[in-house]
Design a protein around this ligand. Structure first.
Ligand code: SAM
Length: 250
């Protein structure tokens, strides 16, 4: 087998960076293909795995190669406290589109309409993974696989289908758009095949998305507060689905 630095160079242009132990752990749990994983301290990384990730410890034992601190620092934009980094193959667009189109759906798809903040997008992907959502679709120019989004997603891009699409390409299913002017969400049961759409941090829902919406829903908010943060709005809405819907497992 080639040395880890050559393997890293071979995949660096097409694969995505898993920055730190926890991102690698999550990605492996959800079936990511990882051609190379390095650590500055194999013993410490495997001890952490023994403590926190017994399910993937053997896999980590096979994958992790120890490299020097300078070699590690040359591979990552900034060193992670765990001294672990890996590259994972990005799932194909076709596979994501198939996952998003599959019916009947047992959990909603989250749509971020023209999001702008990379950290918000990462936090939403982490939420979607936690709630077992079918996928996270973004419209607009933000790349949901941008390294900063990946960092915010903590390796959980592999636990849900993450793809950028046009408003005219959204998956089928009743479209519930979240907007402070809508009907109170507490009076609505969100179905498992719902498409849940959220507007941009600055300008809210786009006219195209609004025109496609079947329902406008608002989250409870007292007068004089204009809106919630995008990721917290997704959190409340997915929680509402989990508390009132049928399919949420735990
Ligand atoms: C930061 S807000 C956008 C604020 C923006 N200035 C506007 O005009 O709507 C981002 C998104 O979070 C969701 N959101 C925030 N507060 C909400 C609320 N109280 N009810 C429903 N959705 C909300 C909406 O989807 C909104 O488009």
């Amino acid at each position: 087998m080639s040395d880890p630095l050559s393997r890293w160079r071979e995949h660096a242009d097409t694969a995505v960076l898993l920055d730190g132990f926890h991102a690698l752990k999550h990605a492996l749990r959800f079936g990511a293909e990882v051609p190379v994983a390095v650590t500055t301290d194999r013993k410490a990384a495997l001890a952490l795995a023994g403590e926190l990730a017994g399910d993937v410890r053997d896999l980590l034992d096979t994958l992790l190669t120890e490299v020097s601190e300078p070699a590690y620092a040359s591979l990552v934009p900034r060193p992670h406290p765990t001294g672990v980094a890996a590259l994972a193959l990005r799932p194909s667009r076709e596979a994501n589109l198939r996952a998003l189109a599959r019916t009947p759906r047992t959990a909603p798809v989250v749509v971020l309409d023209h999001p702008r903040n990379l950290g918000n997008a990462g936090a939403v992907i982490r939420l979607a993974a936690g709630f077992g959502a079918t996928g996270v679709v973004t419209t607009g120019t933000l790349d949901p696989w941008h390294p900063t989004v990946l960092r915010g997603g903590a390796g959980l891009h592999f636990a849900t289908a993450v793809e950028r699409l046009g408003v005219d390409e959204l998956p089928a299913g009743p479209l519930f758009a979240l907007d402070p002017e809508g009907e109170d969400i507490r009076g609505t049961k969100l179905p498992d095949d719902a498409v849940l759409a959220f507007g941009s941090e600055r300008t809210g829902l786009s006219p195209e998305l609004r025109a496609r919406a079947d329902h406008l829903l608002r989250l409870p908010m007292r007068p004089q507060v204009s809106s919630y943060n995008l990721a917290t709005s997704v959190a409340m809405t997915l929680y509402h689905w989990s508390a009132t819907g049928a399919a949420f497992p735990a």
